[in-house]
Design a protein around this ligand. Structure first.
Ligand SMILES: Cc1cc2nc3c(=O)[nH]c(=O)nc-3n(C[C@H](O)[C@H](O)[C@H](O)COP(=O)(O)OP(=O)(O)OC[C@H]3O[C@@H](n4cnc5c(N)ncnc54)[C@H](O)[C@@H]3O)c2cc1C
Length: 418
């Protein structure tokens, strides 16, 4: 490949912050809210002009994981900000119980009594997320692309980004990488692993699309709310969505296949005969790319055995969706996720949260549920605020203080388990 040396140039410094969050998906915007609510001067950088990432840009309109999908399901495993979001959506008729056997009618949908999963209106989700982020006092930069890290030895001290104003720098005491693909950790040189090529050993990407005009009593699967339904559309097969060319090929393939996909669904489900497509995700739904090595790597054994950790920051109970070809439900109330999963090996002042967190494949297929990722984002935000306030690195914060703060702010970190 030909090489070109970019000439060095002076950049304007946009500002100095306690915390900078890269990426405004479900991990990032919850992290920004939590950091700001805990007193950190917080900047969030997001390439789209709204929050939600996969949930909104990719129309993934079904939040799962508020409790175990099957019994024992007495504990609501995600509370805190993740609960506030769903209660906020329910209040404006932006979410409804999903149409499946796992969304129990017996649950009241009140605080502390959420059901396993909810379908939601992606526009109302954008509204609620933006409202919560602005009310927390977070400084927002939309239409902005993170490009590079600024390092002092093994410590990340700032970021370089680009938008219509050009290329700029910003500094922070703690950077939270919530970019999904771990762009910050990648640039900082944190070791990672990635599954490529083998469709049977990973979760595949898929273009979600929204339809309307179907029979109101529709039985075909999809996330149904207010006469529109988001359906799981074409998949490109196993590719590497962290590669610019491959991602482009994925998008082209699924977008050219979308009308055939609907026609196929219409053959299988006569109640979709008059349906038409009114929206496709702005971005194909990307399930997994890089996983960064943290101080602890969550394993399938931890998930299946209901592991408990002294540094727990979140609890999860979602099934492993692809367990050697079947859905592996958990036989316990839930397992803990340790803080160490967010602490990248080798690099300081960085927390890595969301779908690229330190994990093996089996564990990921459980905790990847959005309810759990809300909880992890909240924990990352609180940890960053404690770190910035105390002038210590995220690696050295007092874990008890982090846990106490999370619980006092309504989060579930496993304290409800006997
Ligand atoms: C097809 C599919 C089906 C799924 N089904 C379900 C389901 O039914 N229920 C459920 O709960 N979960 C489901 N999931 C999983 C869930 O949606 C994800 O695990 C979760 O949304 C990941 O959130 P995140 O914030 O970690 O990452 P992302 O959603 O990927 O967010 C990353 C954010 O960072 C931004 N970003 C990335 N790079 C940059 C950059 N360089 N500069 C600036 N911004 C950047 C992106 O725009 C995005 O907003 C599904 C996922 C997919 C793809």
């Amino acid at each position: 490949m030909m090489k070109f040396s970019e000439p060095a140039k002076e950049l304007s410094v946009y500002g100095e912050f306690d915390t900078i969050v890269i990426g405004g998906g479900v991990a990032g915007f919850t992290a920004a809210i939590a950091a700001a609510r805990n007193g950190a001067n917080t900047l969030i950088i997001e390439r789209f002009p709204y929050f939600g990432g996969t949930a909104t840009a990719s129309l993934m309109a079904n939040i799962v994981g508020y409790r175990n999908q099957v019994k024992p399901d007495a504990i609501q495993t995600t509370k805190g900000i993740g609960e506030e979001i769903i209660l906020g959506l329910l209040k404006i008729h932006g979410a409804v119980k999903s149409r499946n056997a796992y969304a129990s009618e017996a649950r009241s949908d009140q605080k502390g009594d959420l059901t396993y999963n909810y379908a939601f209106d992606t526009e109302k989700f954008k509204f609620i997320a933006l409202k919560m982020v602005t009310e927390a006092g977070v400084h927002i930069l939309f239409h902005t692309y993170f490009c590079d890290v600024i390092m002092a030895g093994d410590t990340v001290t700032g970021v370089i980004f680009e938008n219509k104003s050009g290329r700029q720098a910003a500094f922070a005491k703690v950077i939270i990488d919530a970019s999904g693909d771990g762009d910050v950790a990648f640039k900082a040189g944190v070791p990672f692993w990635q599954t490529k090529g083998d469709e049977n050993s990973r979760l595949n990407d898929c273009l979600m699309y929204k339809i309307t005009g179907f029979d109101p009593e529709v039985s075909a699967p999809g996330c149904l709310i207010d006469g529109t339904m988001v359906v799981w559309g074409p998949s490109p097969g196993a590719t590497n969505a962290a590669d610019g060319d491959e991602l482009t090929r994925e998008e082209i393939k699924v977008r050219l296949a979308v009308y055939d996909d609907l026609a196929e669904k219409q053959k299988q489900h006569p109640d979709l005969k008059d349906a038409c497509i009114i929206d496709t995700g702005s971005l194909i739904g990307i399930r997994q790319t890089r996983f960064f090595e943290g101080e602890y790597t969550l394993t399938g054994d931890d998930v299946l055995s209901g592991a408990r950790f002294g540094d727990s920051i979140a609890m999860a109970a979602n099934p492993v969706i692809h367990y050697f070809g079947y859905r592996r439900f958990l036989t316990h109330e839930g397992y803990d996720i340790p803080y160490r999963c967010l602490l990248p090996k080798t690099i300081d002042n960085l927390l890595v949260v969301g779908r690229c967190m330190s994990s093996d494949q089996i564990a990921y297929e459980s905790w990847r549920a959005m309810a759990h990722i809300f909880a992890l984002g909240e924990a990352a935000g609180v940890a960053a605020a404690i770190s910035a306030k105390g002038g210590v690195t995220p690696r050295s914060i007092d874990i008890m203080e982090l846990q106490k703060t999370l619980v006092s702010q309504g989060a579930e970190i496993g304290q409800s388990r006997k």
